[in-house]
Design a protein around this ligand. Structure first.
Ligand SMILES: Nc1nc2c(ncn2[C@@H]2O[C@H](COP(=O)(O)OP(=O)(O)O)[C@@H](O)[C@H]2O)c(=O)[nH]1
Ligand SMILES: [Mg+2]
Length: 290
């Protein structure tokens, strides 16, 4: 008898959702960042053991959308909540605010997600023992974890397993994701840009993979980083091309670690004016547009 199903990790920006996906999959698949709103669409991780297969969905943080990209992010979070057999509602325990998922998602009570939800407090490594005990007393049935250290994660997995339906596996036991390397390569490049840039620039970057030739050695990848304005393009390129070169070198290393072979990364910068507010541009970049 096997169990299998979709488990959606949802919550506010910066709760540690992507860190949790990486911890559970055992690979750095999802972008993580101290800068909020790093995840823009659902990221799928597959976790398979002898008798359980979890299709884990990492989602963009729930927030009030202000422009088209954020609307798209919200739509993909809500879709992942609808698709869930089990929901992990992740809350940053250091933040203090405890709310229902319907409140975090700004959904009316009659549209609250239906799947069973495990209230999960993250960042236990920063909690005092007293605060941890108080959280568990005040929120019966909650789980306290650290996605960073792995503390409490086995207990969370046990809780998820207990709620999963009986079902044959959907995917091969060896598969790590249902998304392709093209997607993860573009995410690694965007993550590196997030690490190396400040202020508004990281939020204005989208990465498009124009060519991905796995049959070549080294693997050939041509990617474009789109920004919204000329001034951002200048910052991204840097003096004498130093910034884009450094992003390229670091991102190449991450992609090589993920695919396990040498990569030639051909990285370009272009201006796609105001793409974050433009549905046609969003669609072209592969974001969900309703
Ligand atoms: N101290 C601590 N920091 C964490 C933990 N989990 C995530 N973080 C940090 O919180 C920030 C946001 O993490 P991320 O996974 O990108 O959050 P997301 O926006 O919910 O996907 C990053 O700087 C992470 O390193 C944790 O368990 N403990
Ligand atoms: Mg994230």
């Amino acid at each position: 008898m096997t169990k299998a199903g979709t488990v959606t990790v949802a919550g506010r920006p910066n709760a540690g959702k992507s860190t949790l996906l990486n911890r559970l999959v055992g690979q750095r698949l999802a972008i993580t960042s101290p800068k909020p709103q790093s995840t823009r669409e659902r990221v799928v991780g597959l976790i398979t053991d002898d008798n359980t297969q979890i299709i884990l969905l990492d989602t963009p943080g729930l927030l009030e959308p202000a422009y088209a990209l954020q609307k798209s992010m919200r739509a993909s979070s809500l879709k992942a909540l609808e698709d869930a057999d089990v929901i992990i509602h992740l809350i940053d325990a250091l933040e203090g605010t405890v709310e229902t998922l319907a409140a975090a998602a700004a959904l009316p009570a009659d549209r609250a997600p239906r799947a069973p939800t495990i209230l999960t407090f993250n960042k236990a490594d920063g909690l005092s023992a007293g605060r941890r005990a108080a959280l568990l007393t005040e929120n019966p049935g909650a789980v306290v974890i650290s996605a960073l250290t792995g503390d409490g994660v086995p207990e969370l997995l046990d809780r998820v397993r207990a709620l999963l339906p009986e079902h044959p596996f959907y995917y091969d036991a060896e598969d790590l994701s249902t998304q392709n390397m093209r997607f993860f390569a573009s995410e690694m490049i965007r993550e590196t840009a997030l690490e190396q840039l400040e202020d508004e620039v990281p939020y204005s970057i989208a990465c498009e993979i124009e060519e991905f030739r796995e049959t070549r050695s080294p693997v050939y990848i041509r990617a474009v980083l789109h920004v919204e304005r000329d001034s951002q393009k200048r910052i991204l390129i840097g003096a004498g091309g130093s910034r884009i070169k450094s992003i390229g070198t670091r991102a190449r290393g991450k992609i090589e670690a993920l695919i396990g072979s040498p990569v030639y990364l051909d990285l370009h910068v272009k201006v796609l004016p105001n793409w974050r507010r433009d549905s046609a541009a969003l669609r072209r970049l592969g974001y969900r547009v309703e």
